[in-house]
Design a protein around this ligand. Structure first.
Ligand SMILES: Nc1ncnc2c1ncn2[C@@H]1O[C@H](COP(=O)(O)OP(=O)(O)OP(=O)(O)O)[C@@H](O)[C@H]1O
Length: 240
């Protein structure tokens, strides 16, 4: 469903991605792991169209990604805390609404509110729809962010460290939700994670990055320690 091919990114003169190829299938949760600074977030931003690329291609279902094909959620949740949970979720549909309706939340059409309620139900928070978003816990707010992303009706969901600010129980819940969405809604879900154990429990596949390149791609329960070691053992020559 999502195919990232030959992605290269430079920040000025510094190259940070060196021709990365990653695919995520329909109905699959892919976890992207790797040490700080290896390029995970840059890859996710490039996939989302938020980061100019020097080279490469982002395809969704074999076509160049459309404006609403890909939804993104971030570690910092970015809800409008003073507005209701429901208004925040309706905001996911903004890209589909005529401008005048998107500027005034009271004008969200009834069918958008209905859809937003269904998305909230999907993440288990329909009963909090009329509470202020800021009154929810961090884990609940991240689930609202997932509901808002769903309200965009994306084919692909990208999540950049979605559980880094959450406690272990809420982290498990959000990862289980992402896996469920991939499997039940047939979406392609890519999550950048810093917790290999969570990836092994919830992801269908893992991509490991090192120094701007893909260093592993496969089963979620394989050893990943080498991604985090300061020296890549594969690149050390033995001196006898
Ligand atoms: N806006 C930017 N301008 C210049 N350099 C950047 C910028 N964003 C990231 N970098 C650099 O690009 C490299 C990759 O950063 P990136 O944030 O993609 O890594 P990451 O694997 O997501 O790291 P982390 O796990 O710490 O979030 C790093 O060397 C970083 O310093």
């Amino acid at each position: 469903m999502l195919a990232l091919t030959g992605i290269k990114v430079h920040y000025g003169a510094q190259q940070v991605l060196y021709g990365v190829d990653v695919t995520v299938g329909r109905g699959e949760l892919l976890a992207v792991l790797g040490a700080n600074g290896c390029g995970k977030s840059t890859l996710l931003r490039a996939a989302a169209g938020l980061q100019p690329m020097t080279a490469g291609e982002v395809l969704v279902g074999g076509e160049p990604a459309g404006r609403l094909d890909i939804a993104v959620i971030f570690q910092h949740i970015h809800l409008v805390r003073r507005r209701s949970v429901l208004d925040n979720v309706c905001a996911g549909a903004l890209g589909r609404l005529p401008l005048h309706k998107s500027l005034v939340p009271a004008l969200f059409p009834a069918e958008v509110k209905e859809e937003a309620m269904a998305c909230l139900d999907r993440v288990g928070l329909a009963d909090r729809a009329h509470d202020k978003a800021g009154s929810l816990s961090g884990g609940q707010q991240q689930r609202v962010a997932v509901a808002r992303a769903l309200c965009q009706r994306p084919k692909v969901l990208l999540a950049d460290e979605p559980v880094s600010a959450l406690d272990p129980a809420a982290s498990e819940q959000v990862l289980a939700l992402l896996a469920e969405l991939a499997h039940d809604e047939d979406m392609a879900v890519l999550a950048v994670l810093h917790q290999p154990a969570l990836a092994s429990r919830h992801a269908d596949r893992v991509v490991g990055m090192r120094d701007g390149q893909v260093a592993l791609d496969g089963a979620p329960d394989q050893p990943v320690d080498h991604l985090y070691s300061p020296i890549n053992p594969l690149s050390v020559e033995t001196v006898s």
